[in-house]
Design a protein around this ligand. Structure first.
Ligand code: SAM
Length: 279
C-alpha cells in the first residue's frame, strides 16, 4: 500500500492481503470498497490501482472487520436489492430475501392489469420491499404499510421517498390489524414465522428478532392474521402470504373464512407462499 499526500494507492495485492487479514473473500472486500467509494464493483474490479483517502481507508477497514464477524454485506452497506430495486435496510429491518420475490410473482399472476387502481395492505412492511415493489409496477395502486416497529416503518417511509412513491402510500404503526381501518383488494405479508426453538445461522442474527421469530412454534402471526383478514378484504380480495418450510399442513388446518387457492413452492422446492381468497 502506498501513500501520497493523504491519498492511499491500493493494488490488487494490497486488497488480497487485507482481505486475508480480516478473513473476508476478495469479492466481498471489493463489494465493500465499492460501497465506500460509491463506484460499481465492475469499475473497481478492472482497475489496476485504486486511489482512496485515509478516511475512506479507515471506513473500509471497519467494514472488513464487521464482514469478518459474518455480518451480512447488506447490513454493513445498509442496502439490499429486491426484485431489481434497491432498498435501504438497517438494524431495525429484516434484509429482503430472494424467496420473498415469489409474492410479487404471484401478485402479477392474479392481477394482470398493471393499470388497475388496487388498494393494498402490506402487513409487516419492514423495508417496504413488498408494497413498494408492487406500487412501482401498478402505477395507479395505493398501499397502506403496517408494522409494529416504528423504526422499521421509518425505513419503509424513507424507501417510499427514495422511490418517488410517497403520494400513494399510507403508514400505520399497528399490531397486525389492531389500528387498521380500511378494506383492501389485496393483503401481502411476510410475517415472522420461525419457531423460537430454531437456532438461526449467524447471518440471520443481525436481523431484528421480532422480524424472524413467532411464538406457538412459529404459527402465532398466522393465527392472528388469517382469522381477521376477511374483515379487511373486499369480496374476492386476496391474501398472499409467505410461510416457513414446515408450515404448509399447519396453515391449511388454521381456522379462517378465507378460501385457500394455492400454496406455491419457491426455487428451492420449498412450499413458500400461500394465496387465499375472500370468497
Ligand atoms: C419477516 S419481516 C418482513 C419484512 C418485509 N415485508 C420483507 O418481506 O422483507 C416481518 C416484519 O413484520 C413486523 N412485525 C412483527 N410482528 C408484528 C406485528 N405483531 N404487527 C405488525 N408487524 C409486525 C416486523 O417488525 C418486520 O418488519
Amino acid at each position: 500500500m502506498c501513500e501520497v499526500h493523504d491519498v492511499v494507492i491500493l493494488t490488487k495485492g494490497d486488497i488480497n492481503s487485507l482481505s486475508l487479514r480480516y478473513g473476508v473473500s476478495t469479492r466481498d472486500a471489493l463489494l465493500l470498497l465499492s460501497a465506500v467509494l460509491k463506484e460499481t464493483y465492475d469499475a473497481l474490479f478492472f482497475k489496476q490501482y485504486i486511489n482512496l483517502s485515509e478516511a475512506d481507508l479507515e471506513v473500509w477497514k471497519s467494514y472488513l472487520k464487521r464482514r469478518g464477524g459474518e455480518e451480512p454485506i447488506a447490513k454493513i452497506v445498509q442496502k439490499k436489492e429486491f426484485y431489481g430495486i434497491e432498498y435501504k435496510t438497517n438494524r431495525h429491518t429484516m434484509d429482503p430475501r430472494p424467496e420473498t420475490e415469489l409474492i410479487i410473482d404471484l401478485f402479477k399472476k392474479y392481477y394482470k392489469n398493471f393499470e388497475s387502481d388496487l388498494s393494498i395492505l402490506d402487513l409487516g412492511s419492514g423495508t417496504g420491499c413488498l408494497g413498494l415493489t408492487v406500487l412501482s409496477i401498478y402505477k395507479n395502486a395505493n398501499c397502506e404499510f403496517v408494522d409494529i416497529s416504528e423504526e422499521a416503518l421509518n425505513i419503509t417511509h424513507e424507501n417510499a421517498i427514495n422511490l418517488n412513491l410517497l403520494d400513494r402510500c399510507a403508514f400505520t404503526i399497528s399490531d397486525w390489524f389492531s389500528n387498521v381501518k380500511g378494506c383492501y383488494d389485496v393483503i401481502i405479508s411476510n410475517p415472522p414465522y420461525v419457531s423460537m426453538k430454531f437456532k438461526l445461522d449467524r447471518a440471520t442474527l443481525f436481523d431484528p428478532k421480532n422480524s424472524i421469530y413467532a411464538k406457538n412454534d412459529g404459527m402465532e402471526s398466522y393465527e392472528k392474521i388469517l382469522p381477521n383478514a376477511p374483515a379487511f378484504l373486499n369480496k374476492n380480495g386476496k391474501l398472499i402470504i409467505e410461510i416457513g418450510f414446515d408450515q404448509k399442513e399447519k396453515i391449511a388446518r388454521l381456522q379462517t373464512q378465507l378460501s385457500l387457492v394455492e400454496i406455491v413452492k419457491d426455487m428451492s422446492g420449498i412450499y413458500r407462499t400461500c394465496v387465499f381468497e375472500n370468497v
